[in-house]
Design a protein around this ligand. Sequence first.
Ligand code: SF4
Length: 328
Amino acid sequence: APPLLEVSDLTKHFLVGGKAGRGRAGGVKAVDGVSFALDRGETLSLVGESGCGKTTTGKSVLRLIEPTAGSVRLEGEELLGLAPSRMRSHRRDMQIIFQDPYASLNPRLSAAEIVAEPMRNFADPAWRGPGALRDRLAWLFAKVGLRPEAMAKLPGEFSGGQRQRLGIARALALKPKLIVCDEPVSALDVSVQAQVVNLLMDLQAEFGLSYLFVAHDLAVVRHISHRVAVMYLGRIVEIAECERLFTDPQHPYTRMLLSAAPIPAPGARTTRVLPIGDPPSALNPPAGCRFHPRCPMARPICRETAPPLIPHGSATGGAHRVACHLVS
Ligand code: SF4
């Protein structure tokens, strides 16, 4: 069987400024040739500094942002270019949880209405009729750890953690296969982060969900991920099984990112300061290896030739891949 999700050469260029569309100037290559696969029941995290393209990648997979080029296959079927009517049947298989649950929930709807909305939109016969819908809602609320009396409340009456539970219930309502988690705990209090992460892990174990997990908190990433992809200026520079990435990072950027982030227990906040400069702009990315202006190991070839993402070592069967001229 094909992997649940297969992304190949995904590219998203944004046109900015008055010269949009006239040649290369004014185009931001937010995502530039990103490829990865995601299995059933697996969590793949996308990490990197802001502007690296991780959120754009997540939203492009769902076509909430329309990619410029590339391929996104769900269970073997190409999604890019699918007509809206065909796309609709896949929409229910793919959901998203946003960073700020408050901004993503209609403040005038009750919690029950918010979670019921996708089920009404898709008019699944199994949930037609008030009894069936009510039972399903009660089940969903229990699954995410919300009390039955929460159903009648408005989002504004919830705490941040409860609102994120509500967002998760809404995402779960249609029995999805894939959930893009876009910084799902970044806006939450430290004490609440671990609870929500553990809830996501429990739901994954119970329903075989796949998560594409976009995050910058490396402690959370290490806790929840099976594999991790490190992005830099629109490209994956290293991808590996989670523990391998954290214990044996190969790419100079990954090492910089990890050394800037001591790994505390999940939930504790870390301040990360990268030792060398700000990331250059995606508007005019450096030629060759995009990391070369900040790389302590850069050689002349790094300024000219972009290193391909290739397997590192033989022990991982190609699962650990690195894009660096000095790593083979
Ligand atoms: Fe550094 Fe060169 Fe490797 Fe890029 S390719 S990470 S500049 S050593």
